[in-house]
Design a protein around this ligand. Structure first.
Ligand code: GLN
Length: 249
């Protein structure tokens, strides 16, 4: 393929606290290894986006303070275009604070409400404690099941509505709210999750699911993805999974 896969990185200046650029670097490398290219466009405060111009959107994590500013701007300048884009088959990865804003809204630790864009049917309210630690889930995407590992750190408790299914079930850690055993949210090609650390370097399977979806949007048909030597990635995955299984001290 000569044309590049087009990724739009939303609010890289505000929503970037968990090595979110690492996730994008993984997507770029996995495409390069297969003879393709990732073209990254950044869209910050006040910038509008064209619904058909990107195959994959990335919205990372942020602190409540930054999330306030981003939430208002996201709804005002990009919400409509993003809803149109994902309805047209574009993919999205929304992590932590980004996961919360992909839903209907987030009521933060100070009680104030931040609006979301509703590309995932879920809602989030901050609780009295932060849910922090290593997180392992049994994820299911595209008919395949895999363990996905990472780290979580959020005050928000997220509840899924009927229009959204979980990304997976919690094996170790808290997940969406520490109560219902669910983690993340998926609708169409939109994936939201509390997993970061960053997420994709240790979970190449998930990176390839997103790449496949985005390429399907780009090319109009599902691509054949050549398999890669993921020995290093699998080793990193195993270390993170073992660490999460150890009882907290
Ligand atoms: N500020 C949000 C919370 O505390 C999201 C945190 C994050 O993105 N890590 O729940």
């Amino acid at each position: 393929m000569t044309a590049a896969l087009r990724l739009c990185h939303l609010y890289p200046g505000q929503m970037n606290i968990y090595a979110d650029r690492g996730n994008i670097a993984v997507l770029a490398r996995r495409l390069e290894w297969r003879g393709m290219r990732l073209e990254v466009t950044e869209a910050g405060l006040g910038e509008r986006i064209e619904p058909g111009a990107h195959d994959l959107y990335y919205l990372g994590g942020g602190q409540d303070r930054d999330q306030h500013v981003v939430a208002e701007d996201l709804v005002a300048t990009k919400g409509e275009a993003l809803r149109e884009a994902v309805a047209g088959g574009a993919a999205a990865l929304c992590v932590c604070g980004g996961f919360q804003l992909a839903g209907h809204g987030y009521t933060g630790t100070d009680g104030s409400r931040m609006p979301g864009i509703g590309i995932l049917d879920l809602d989030t309210v901050a609780g009295p404690t932060r849910l922090i630690g290593n997180l392992v889930i049994e994820a299911e995407l595209g008919g395949e099941r895999r363990r996905v590992v990472g780290f979580e750190n959020h005050a928000g408790r997220t509840r899924l509505g009927p229009g959204c299914r979980p990304l997976g079930r919690v094996v170790h850690g808290h997940g969406n709210n520490g109560e219902d055993g669910l983690e993340g949210g998926v609708a169409g090609r939109v994936v939201g999750t509390y997993l970061h650390g960053p997420l994709l370097p240790k979970n190449p399977w998930l990176a390839d699911r997103l790449i496949a979806w985005a390429l399907a949007h780009r090319l109009g048909e599902p691509p054949e993805l050549a398999s890669l030597d993921d020995a290093l990635e699998e080793a990193a995955h195993a270390v993170a999974a073992a660490r999460a299984a150890r009882p907290a001290r």
